[in-house]
Write a protein that binds this ligand. Structure first.
Ligand SMILES: [Zn+2]
Length: 291
């Protein structure tokens, strides 16, 4: 399986931490019906829906972009040693998969110049930090961490009401280390790397638009979680902070990019993850491609 692809002059690597069945479809998509799942089962199995367990498969991966001398890591996945008691697959992990995958892409933690977090959920901020002598320290010592200011403000406020584990161990230490670059969700980070506001899943979620040499790709973040949401355009995801806005945002992006050459780099879709939105009657589909 190819893990490297190009967008014009940019090299992009997929750095995969996990690709496992882990989410009950009816719990994750609260307004999914049994009939709808049956209708789309053959399109999902085996890669996006595990036939044995009946669970949705979500890939946990970073996209690492090399452009103009900069190395930019988009979404830092789950991380190790993190206390996530409600998520057994994420809880107190100690494996070397992620760091091995980074090495396979020809990179070390020192090479990352920027870490972009599309939003501040636990599976997008985990490797921001690592445990060192009992303290959480930045994993990527030379990186600036690019957060939406509005997103950071929202979670800071939520955390003040009731402490949020992943915010405390994977976001606050970055803020305290003075490593953040706070931006608006439509900011142009560097030539050809543009934040694209995709609010709803969280208040100021952003996707990342890459453009180079006439080619274009969108790294989705959690704009969308499963190809099931292409076929069933009314589905919202349980963790959506604003389900109505999330749905409107997702459908507008599918509408805009369906049947175009824009490559979709879907963060949680099963490998190869990359593909195109296509129109299918009143709804959409997803056509996988290798990049
Ligand atoms: Zn996610």
């Amino acid at each position: 399986m190819a893990l490297t692809f190009n967008v014009g002059e940019m090299r992009v690597d997929r750095v995969i931490e996990q690709e496992l069945p882990g989410f009950d479809p009816f719990e994750f998509f609260p307004n999914l019906t049994k009939e709808e799942l049956e209708e789309h089962r053959s399109m999902l199995e085996p890669n996006a829906l595990d036939p044995a367990s009946g669970l949705l498969v979500f890939t946990m991966q970073s996209y690492v972009v090399r452009v103009g001398g900069l190395t930019i890591l988009i979404d830092s996945c789950i991380g190790n040693d993190k206390d996530r008691p409600t998520r057994p697959l994420w809880h107190m992990k100690t494996d070397t998969t992620y760091m091995d995958a980074l090495k396979q892409a020809g990179l070390t933690v020192n090479d990352i110049d920027m870490v972009m977090c599309t939003h501040l959920h636990p599976d997008h901020v985990g490797w921001n930090t690592k445990l060192e002598n009992g303290r959480w320290v930045p994993t990527f010592p030379n990186a600036k961490y690019v957060f939406s200011k509005m997103e950071l403000d929202y979670w800071t406020e939520q955390n003040a009401k009731k402490p949020i584990g992943h915010f405390v161990d994977s976001v606050l230490p970055i803020v305290e280390a003075g490593k953040t670059e706070l931006v608006t969700s439509d900011h142009e980070l560097t030539h050809g790397v543009q934040l694209l506001p995709t609010p709803g899943h969280t208040p100021d979620h952003y996707s990342v638009r890459l453009s180079s040499g006439g080619s274009e790709a969108i790294v989705t973040g959690d704009l969308i979680h499963s190809p099931l949401q292409c076929a069933c355009t009314h589905l919202h995801a349980r963790p959506d902070v604003d389900p109505v806005q999330g749905l409107a945002t997702r459908n507008a992006i599918m509408e805009k990019y369906a049947d175009t050459d824009t490559l979709i780099a879907a963060t949680h879709f099963p490998s190869p993850s990359l593909g195109q939105f296509i129109r299918n009657g009143d709804a959409f589909g997803y056509r996988y491609r290798e990049g």
